[in-house]
Design a protein around this ligand. Structure first.
Ligand code: PLP
Length: 401
C-alpha cells in the first residue's frame, strides 16, 4: 500500500514533532536535555497525596464531561484570587479538558469553520498551526519582533496586526506568557487587540498555561479581564506548568456560557472527560496557599538567572524572558549554520539538547527564527550546571580556535 493511501491529507504534511526528534537525539548522544519543556522535578507532595487518596476513595469512574464540580469551583476561585477575574460561574463557564492541548483543539473545533482565518503571533506554540489545519482554516501569522533600541521586550507592529485581520477572520490566538519568547503581553497591548477584535467581531483564544511563571516587573494580565475581551475570550490553561505535573494533562477553559457551550460540544466527543482522580487532586493544587505560588516564581527566577549566566559564560547572548521557562539565545555569531544545524551540532557534539525555533514560524518567515536556539530552564540546578559546563567547553574553544 502506498503512503498516499494510508495518510489522510490532514496529517500528511505533519512529521514527527521537533521535540520528539531532539529528545531522541539527546537520548542517543547522552546529551543534557534542555529541549522539551517539562520539569525534571515533581510538584507538591500534598497534591500527589490528594491524587492517591482520590483513587483509594473510589473517584475512579467517568467524571461529568464538563469536569468534576470541585475542580470547576476551584478554577473559578483561582481566577478571581490571582487574576481578578470575578464572576466565573463554575457550572456554565468552565470545562475541564485533557491538558491545554485538548482545550486548544476543542476551541478550534467549536468556534472555527473551514475557510475561516485565524490570526496568531509568530513564533507560535506548534499545536496551533496543526489545529488550525485540522479544522480547515487558514493561519495569518504576525511576527513578534525581538527587543531592540526602542523596545525593551518582544513587541509587535500594530499595522502588521491590523493588516492580518479581514472579513474571514474568526479567531485570534494569544499566548501570554509566551512560549518561546517569554514575552508577557501588557494591558495596553491587550487593549489594542481588544479594539481590533471588537471591530472585526473576532473571538479570542488566550493560552495562559505559564500564568504563574512571570518575573517582576512583568505582571501577568488575564486577557479576559481587559475591557472588551471578557465577552469574546476563551481562556485556556492547565495545571502542568503551574504545579509541575505536565504528565497529568489536566487542563481547562473558562469562557462566557455561549462560548463554553461551543467548546463543550466538541469536547464531549473528543475525550468526553478527563481522568477523575487527577481532577480531584488538581482542585487541591489550585487552592494551595499563596506561599506555594511565590516559591514557584522565586525558584524559576533563580533557574532563569542560572541558565542566563551559563549561556553568557559560553559566549551566547540571550533575550531575558519576562515569563515562561524558556530562553531564546542568539546563535548567529557561532558560525555553525542556521538554528537547525546549530542544534544538531549542540546535541551530537556538545552534549546539550535545545530546540531550533524556526519550526515555530510559517515557512515564509522561517528566517526570523534561524539565528536563535531555545533552551528550557525547568530543570534542576545540577542539570543546568552540567549543561552550562558542556556549553562552555564545547562552544568557547571552538570560537577561540
Ligand atoms: C504555550 C503552550 N500551550 C499549551 C501547552 C500544552 O499544555 P498541556 O500540557 O496542558 O496540554 C504548552 C506545553 O508546552 C505550551 O507551551
Amino acid at each position: 500500500m502506498s503512503s498516499r493511501q494510508i495518510l489522510a491529507s490532514r496529517v500528511g504534511p505533519l512529521g514527527t514533532t521537533v521535540f520528539s526528534e531532539f529528545s531522541a537525539l539527546a537520548l542517543k548522544h547522552g546529551a543534557v536535555n534542555l529541549g522539551q519543556g517539562f520539569p525534571d522535578f515533581d510538584g507538591p507532595d500534598a497534591v500527589k497525596e490528594a491524587a492517591h487518596q482520590a483513587i483509594l476513595s473510589g473517584i475512579n469512574q467517568y467524571a461529568p464531561s464538563v469536569g468534576l464540580k470541585v475542580l470547576r469551583e476551584a478554577i473559578a476561585e483561582h481566577g478571581a484570587r490571582f487574576h481578578g477575574q470575578e464572576g466565573i460561574d463554575p457550572d456554565t463557564m468552565v470545562t475541564v479538558t485533557s491538558g491545554a492541548t485538548e482545550a486548544i483543539f476543542c476551541v478550534l473545533l467549536g468556534l472555527v469553520d473551514p475557510g475561516d482565518e485565524v490570526v496568531a503571533f509568530e513564533p507560535f506554540y506548534d499545536s496551533y498551526d496543526a489545529n488550525i489545519a485540522f479544522v480547515g482554516a487558514r493561519p495569518r501569522y504576525v511576527p513578534l519582533r525581538p527587543p531592540d533600541a526602542t523596545h525593551a521586550t518582544w513587541w509587535f507592529d500594530r499595522d502588521e496586526v491590523r493588516a492580518a485581520f479581514g472579513p474571514r477572520t474568526r479567531l485570534l490566538i494569544l499566548n501570554t506568557p509566551h512560549n518561546p519568547t517569554g514575552k508577557v503581553f501588557t494591558r495596553e497591548e491587550l487593549a489594542f487587540l481588544a479594539e481590533l477584535c471588537a471591530e472585526h467581531d473576532v473571538k479570542v483564544l488566550s493560552d495562559e498555561v505559564y500564568e504563574h511563571i512571570v518575573f517582576a516587573p512583568a505582571r501577568h494580565v488575564r486577557a479576559a479581564t481587559v475591557p472588551g475581551l471578557a465577552e469574546r475570550t476563551v481562556t485556556v490553561s492547565s495545571g502542568g506548568k503551574s504545579f509541575s505535573f505536565t504528565g497529568w494533562k489536566v487542563g481547562w477553559i473558562i469562557a462566557p456560557p455561549a462560548l463554553r457551550d461551543a467548546v463543550q460540544r466538541a469536547h464531549q466527543f473528543v475525550t468526553f472527560a478527563t481522568a477523575s482522580p487527577l481532577q480531584a487532586a488538581m482542585a487541591v493544587a489550585l487552592r494551595l496557599p499563596d506561599t506555594y505560588f511565590e516559591q514557584l516564581r522565586a525558584q524559576y527566577l533563580a533557574r532563569r538567572e542560572r541558565l542566563l549566566a551559563g549561556l553568557a559564560q559560553a559566549g551566547l547572548k540571550a533575550h531575558v524572558p519576562e515569563g515562561s521557562y524558556f530562553i531564546l539565545a542568539d546563535i548567529s555569531g557561532q558560525g555553525l549554520g542556521d538554528d537547525v544545524a546549530f542544534c544538531r551540532h549542540l546535541v551530537t557534539r556538545v552534549g546539550v539538547a535545545a530546540i531550533p525555533p524556526s519550526v515555530f514560524y510559517a515557512p515564509e518567515h522561517r528566517h526570523l527564527g534561524q539565528g536563535m536556539a531555545r533552551f528550557a530552564f525547568c530543570k534542576s540546578d545540577a542539570i543546568l550546571d552540567d549543561a552550562a559546563r558542556r556549553l562552555k567547553d564545547g562552544l568557547s574553544p571552538r570560537r577561540a580556535g
